[in-house]
Ligand binder design. Sequence first.
Ligand SMILES: [Zn+2]
Length: 452
Amino acid sequence: MQSVSSARFVTPPLTRRKQEVLKQLLDRFAASVNFCIWKCLEHKVTSRASLHRVAYEEWKSRFDLATHWFHSAGQVATQMLRSWRKLCRKGRADPSRPPRYEARTMRLELWGESSVSDICRFHGHAVQIRTRKDEHLWLPLIVTEHHEFRYLKDWREGKTRVGEITISTFKDRADIFVSFKREVEPKLVGGICGVGINERSVDLTVLKPSERPKHTSLDVSKLPAIRHASQLKRKSIQQKLDALPQRPVQKRRLWAKYWRRERNRTNQIMHVVSKRISEIAERERTAFAFEGIEKIRESMRSKRKSRNGKTLHKDMRRRLNQWPFRKLQFFVEYKVARQGLPTVEVSNYHKSKDCPVCGRYNRPNGHAHRCQTCGFEASRHLVTSWNLPCSDREENPAKDGARHVPADCWQMQRVAEGLVAPEKLSVEPEKNPVSDWCSLIRDFRTVVSARF
Ligand SMILES: [Zn+2]
């Protein structure tokens, strides 16, 4: 099992010569990727090996770069085509319009730590990029204590190794993302934990064979509050600076500032929340099941799917569009993977409607779930997190995404069979109020400042 975390490095301002070389490389990389996409479509090939067979000679004569650039560009091209074909199958992309690589970034592979023909090499304090034979571009890095403590220490000791390096430019500097891969021993899991990510709370239910289910609710209501406050701020900036005399440059600068502030504050809270979940993971040793929140963005747009045949109000659409549910899931996933515990995404079909005790399909209206057969009462969010791991209650488990479950990570069905019914017919989760979080964040800050 592998856990990947990536670090962002920034270079000091580059010399004019280096900026030019980097710009050329970015242009050539984009052109190479587009060339590879075109060749893949022309020869109807999908793998990198067959792409090499049909296109390498022509690429080499056209782009005067070291061979491994072709591998890196081919990797990006085949991945883009794969996701494009997937979207075409779902009817969300146009099959007559193949994708084009327009990003101003390049993703470069490292080919073995010791190989001489590396395209790119990470030295800790600098990144060395090989352009042609005996021609290299060196990009020095600003290494902070955070980098040193969090990534480089383990890398020097050989506990992690460097994967792909992604490079882009901003102003006169370069942004360099380095991924560090760590081999983790997979742990034996003793149960499964369903994680329901909601706008104002994250609900967890730990299910273990022959144990009562444990419920926890983490309060994240600060996140929508921060987003709403930033939204008002941006609105007022817009009103003030769009009035005559207009000041567009100042507006852009202020907007960028408040976007950045909002992102940093929400990321901070989400890191604390995901850390708390990873602590639960460490204590309980369970696998994690997430709700696959698919098509939520599309469903907001279409009139057909919403109630009353109307589209949602624009405030509601904004709220749901700004809801970073996938980001929180990503944070939890990598933190849990670091401990050697597996995660899986299952469909949310019927998850908040089926009764977790008797299995009856109810039609709850609002936040409360009341079962009409057995009288079970709980919050709907809690019911979702409880139902997530129990996919065998469905008639057709394949529909439920159970096929995505790695066969060796746990026996989902066995866990679900050995479940014990709850004590009472009304269940309340263990609550973690906002004030707790605030103190937690403060603690976290003091820890951070004490460390550096
Ligand atoms: Zn029931």
